[in-house]
Design a protein around this ligand. Structure first.
Ligand code: TRP
Length: 449
């Protein structure tokens, strides 16, 4: 008999936690700065196509592997296809998750700094240009960056120590709906700024002249990042799903909500960027320059600022929780150690990497990998290599190798629902579109095309 896992208690809870994983800094920090660097509309169109053709099918492939076995990737593949070498990619996923969490939590540390300075009143009251130097000075200060990053990690692992149900599910249920409401308020505010239409034009006017191949690669990496794909996160989460949850419906709901948050963040950021005459291609510092400027012109700015950074903090922590849960579940499943031990090992390792990348803009700024500092290197290889590779592997595995009865069974919950169009669509994308697209990207990296 299968050992019963204590998982998510309700379907809402499972969705909220998975949306919590998906919605995070990827949507609110990374999506706007990537769209800004890649010229706006055309990048967003490519991004949406990636969500439909790659995102939803790959989410499904991870869900099918996780939910059919209630195991994390290595055990799942062993159970589904004994002896298959595909199980070895579980290590790639776990390693990728550790690296991604290592730089992601640094940005979470920045969020705490901005929350802190909004609350003590020192953040607001400057010019847009000053915000740029405030940010640069801050990330150049090793102590502050390291302290906030470590504090964030401590909070992250405290929540995790309370387990899936009481920790992850409870936080996600409360924070995610609040985040939506607040984003909508900020959208309305941004749209009312003078000259906001220029920002909307930048976001929604599709001009492929502004988008090179690099932009297409970035859009694909961002789709993977935003939906938490490729590093076995969704296999891990779906291993805790109930057998009666409807995978396809959940996958579509999660992708739609995630994309909505990204687009709403764009609508908050770009009208303001153009209204205040700032530079859309400012890179990772974009939201940290523009948000204080936005809050400042709102009545009761300090309160808005605090509220926003609190919610951004919660959006981030539900994401790092999911990233940390990957190695934790892996260690428990593979080495049969207690949750407490797995948690400590993961915490030490991730915090060490996080501290090193927190120093990328100060003490370690001369250390370059692929011409990038450590932080930028991880922000590049995480989405653009580890997630894409993992996506390729799960797509090929479910598309070509896994018994189609398992796929059918998971899509229809053992024949309870129909999947006349869904299954062919998913399988077609997993067999052809995802592998071809990802392999083309890899060929592009190595300079063959
Ligand atoms: N999706 C999250 C975001 O957009 C980041 C994230 C959380 C993630 N868990 C993940 C990315 C697992 C890859 C894998 O912010």
């Amino acid at each position: 008999m299968k050992e019963k896992r204590t998982g998510f208690t309700t379907r809402m809870g499972a969705i909220a936690a998975t949306v919590g994983s998906a919605v995070g800094l990827g949507n609110i920090w990374r999506f706007p700065y990537q769209a800004g660097e890649n010229g706006g509309g055309a990048y967003i169109l490519v991004y949406l196509i990636c969500i439909l053709l790659l995102g939803v099918p790959i989410i499904m492939s991870e869900f099918i592997i996780g939910r059919s076995t209630h195991k994390s990737m290595k055990g799942a593949i062993e159970e589904l296809t004994p002896g298959s070498p595909f199980k070895l990619f579980a290590y790639v996923g776990v390693f990728g998750a550790v690296l991604i969490c290592g730089y992601y939590s640094v940005v979470c540390g920045w969020v705490i700094e901005y929350l802190w300075t909004s609350a003590d009143g020192t953040l607001l009251g400057h010019t847009p240009e000053q915000y740029s130097s405030i940010f640069t000075n801050f990330i150049g200060s090793p102590q502050r960056c390291v302290i906030w990053t470590i504090l964030f990690m401590v909070l992250n692992f405290l929540v995790l120590s309370r387990g899936i149900k009481n920790g992850i599910e409870r936080i996600a249920n409360i924070m995610m709906p609040l985040l939506f409401v607040l984003l909508i308020v900020f959208c309305v505010n941004s749209l009312m700024l003078p000259g906001s239409s220029k920002g909307m034009e930048f976001l929604f006017n599709v001009d492929f002249g502004n988008l090179g191949w690099e932009g297409v690669v970035d859009a694909m990496g961002q789709a993977f990042m935003s939906l938490s794909l490729g590093v076995t996160c969704l296999i891990t989460y779906s291993s805790y799903f109930n057998d009666d949850s409807k995978l396809m419906k959940d996958a579509v709901t999660i992708s739609a909500l995630d994309t909505l948050v990204a687009i709403l963040s764009g609508i908050v950021i770009f009208p303001a960027v153009f209204s205040f005459g700032l530079e859309p291609g400012a890179g990772p510092k974009l939201i940290f320059e523009i948000l204080p400027t936005i809050f400042q012109q709102m009545p009761g700015g300090t309160i808005w600022a605090v509220l926003f950074f609190v919610l951004l903090f919660f959006a981030s922590i539900t994401s790092t929780i999911s990233l940390s849960e990957i190695p934790i579940t892996f260690l428990i499943d593979e080495y049969k150690i207690s949750r407490g031990k797995a948690l400590i090992i993961t915490a030490v390792l991730m915090t060490a990497i996080a501290v090193v990348s927190a120093l990328s803009f100060s003490v370690l700024s001369d250390v370059k990998l692929l011409d990038r500092n450590i932080f930028d290197f991880l922000d590049y290889v995480g989405p653009n290599f580890f997630m894409l590779l993992g996506g390729l592997v799960t797509a090929i595995y479910v598309g070509w190798i896994l018994n189609k009865d398992v796929v059918h069974d998971q899509l229809t919950n053992g024949g309870m629902h129909r999947s006349r169009f869904v299954q062919p669509y998913i399988i077609f994308c997993l067999r052809y579109i995802a592998p071809i697209a990802i392999i083309l990207i890899f060929l592009y990296y190595v300079g063959v095309i």
